[in-house]
Design a protein around this ligand. Structure first.
Ligand code: ZN
Length: 139
């Protein structure tokens, strides 16, 4: 696989409304979308900085992965997302090369992306998300 760019950076926040206000006021960025992803127990908000997005993630359930992350490590960078042309192909290839995966198959993420995560044990402790624009998988 060869990612084309950093699609987004995911940042775990305790309070989405406060975090949005901070990004809008401090950086003069416009939040273009707020989306709840029940599957991952988060509410997300998106900003564009050039070709890269900032994805703010607020937990909607204390048992969800983002709530657990904030509980353990506090707010902060949660993951980095690389844009690839085909997530399933990229996951499959990484697995063949011995990379540990969180998702062996792509799934639907926020903001019309098809996504899959590599395991931080294989990536120097960074949670890396692979993503592609949705549509080709018919869901
Ligand atoms: Zn993400």
């Amino acid at each position: 696989m060869k990612p084309s760019h950093i699609e987004h950076i995911g940042i775990a926040v305790a309070n989405l409304r406060d975090a949005i206000a901070f990004y809008e006021k401090t950086f003069n960025l416009q939040c273009y979308k707020i989306e709840e992803v029940p599957d991952q127990k988060v509410r997300t908000a998106f900003f564009m900085i050039g070709d890269t997005k900032i994805e703010l993630l607020e937990p909607t359930d204390p048992e969800g992965p983002i709530a657990k992350f904030i509980e353990k490590r506090g707010e902060g960078i949660h993951h980095i997302a690389f844009a690839v042309t085909n997530v399933d192909e990229a996951l499959h290839q990484a697995e063949k090369e011995g990379v540990r995966l969180i998702d062996s198959q792509s799934r639907k993420g926020a903001d019309n992306l098809q996504i899959g995560f590599l395991h931080p044990k294989s990536t120097s402790g960074v949670l890396i998300e692979l993503c592609e624009a949705s549509g080709r998988h018919g869901s």
